[in-house]
Design a protein around this ligand. Structure first.
Ligand code: NAD
Length: 384
């Protein structure tokens, strides 16, 4: 194969965004050949592309070699499995699935088919995160001892939640801030620092909005190494904060306001502590600003890597199977809140699925759906 025929399933905010750069041929050796949406009006924007009214029809049409799934969360699993069973390659929007058991079903289908499975974790293409990864892997930070991410600037209005029937319900979305806004940050934390062992969540449900899922979250976690972490998020706090801080034995790195600042200990704090004669001495530090540009089109870069993986056997920047970790962390934080217990990973996926089904069955929330507000600058939703 010299050129990949790609189909996009779902033409909501995200699907339209993907279709627009694909139709402009922004990804080399990739042609947008098919689109699936129930809205004929949306399909009309792309007259030269084959149209289908459901993802299932597109998958069985023979018009594509691969699909990009940009539909509501639960259907990532069902459409992804159908695509793998039809012999297609799959790039799925985040979260790869709503819960761990579904993510494992999707991963098993990928393994059975041998198709390429990738996840749309576009922040992995950002130079600042790539530099952070390089710094950690080079041992510049020493051993990681603490990870904190306060990302409370995901402010969303009532109008946002009312803009889609699936949003912010257990049945339609399967979660709130942890499943919709934060999969990227949770993925990056795992990508950079590894998977924690113990998770304790304090989630608040509908604290700021008329919704039944979490819109205010604090999660404590601990790694096997003894390193500890804190993840705080909210869609109800304004102005909010976005500060990612990783402390290691050789220093501390902070990513805030687009600046990556490394405060480097002149010597490892453990060595220093043992050798120092004064009880109040501290290692000398160097302050280093690490420059980084913004990636020009993060999403297209992920698709480009997906195409290279299929056509050339290139390594995936964001393998679909990595998506399990952010799903499991989010599930664990919710389960921990529901049970008022610390959760030790790996989480029991069947237990979580049953608990989620119970939430769906017992839901009494009256979902309000308004006419969609004009989306004037959807890109605001992922500039991070
Ligand atoms: N990577 C990112 O930066 C980013 C940003 C926003 C949203 N997302 C993700 O993209 C996905 C979609 O979010 P959105 O904001 O576009 O939602 P949306 O509600 O705006 O759009 C979803 C669309 O999918 C369509 N759809 C549902 N089931 C379908 C099916 N079986 N076949 C074809 N179409 C179907 C709906 O009609 C709707 O048009 C979600 O997983 C979301 O988390 C990713």
């Amino acid at each position: 194969m010299k050129n990949l025929r790609l189909g996009v399933i779902g033409l909501g905010n995200m699907g339209k965004f993907h279709a627009d750069y694909l139709v402009q041929n922004k990804v080399a050796r990739c042609t947008l050949t098919a689109l699936a949406s129930s809205s004929l009006e949306k399909l009309g924007r792309y007259p030269d592309v084959r149209h289908f009214t459901t993802g299932e029809e597109l998958i069985s049409s023979g018009t594509v070699d691969a699909v990009l799934i940009a539909t509501p969360h639960y259907s990532h699993t069902t459409l992804g499995i159908a695509a793998f069973e039809a012999g297609l390659h799959v790039l799925v929007e985040k979260p790869i699935s709503v819960h761990k058991a579904d993510a494992e079903r999707l991963m098993a289908a990928a393994t059975r088919s041998g198709g390429v499975f990738a996840a749309m974790f576009q922040l992995r293409t950002e130079p600042r995160y790539q530099k952070l990864k390089k710094l950690i892997e080079a041992g510049e930070l020493g051993e990681i001892v603490r990870v904190n991410w306060i990302i409370t600037d995901w402010f969303r209005t009532e109008s946002y939640y009312a803009s889609g029937g699936w949003r912010a319900t257990w049945r339609g979305e399967g979660g709130g801030a942890l499943l919709n806004q934060c999969p990227h940050q949770i993925d990056l934390m795992h990508w950079l620092c590894g998977t924690p062992r113990r998770v304790r969540g304090f989630c608040q449900f509908g604290r700021y909005h008329d919704i039944e899922v979490e819109d205010n979250v604090t999660v404590f976690f601990e790694f096997d190494s003894g390193a500890t972490g804190l993840f705080v998020t909210s869609t109800g706090e304004a102005p909010g904060t976005n500060r990612f801080e990783i402390a290691g034995t050789r220093g501390r790195v902070v990513l805030e306001n687009g600046r990556l600042c490394f405060t480097r200990n002149e010597s490892d704090m453990r060595t220093f502590s043992k050798a120092a004669s004064s009880g109040f001495a501290k290692p000398e530090v160097w302050n280093i600003d690490i420059p980084s540009d913004n990636a020009s089109n993060q999403h297209a870069a992920v698709v480009e890597n997906f195409v290279e993986a299929i056509l050339d056997g290139a390594a995936l920047l964001a393998p679909g199977s990595d998506g399990l970790r952010s799903v499991e962390f989010a599930n664990a934080a919710l389960y921990s809140t529901w049970t008022d217990q610390t959760v030790t990973l790996p989480l029991d996926g069947a237990l979580y699925e049953a608990a989620l089904e119970e939430k769906i069955a017992n839901s009494t929330h009256q979902k309000r759906v308004a006419a969609p507000s004009m989306v004037t600058d959807f890109a605001q939703s992922f500039i991070r």
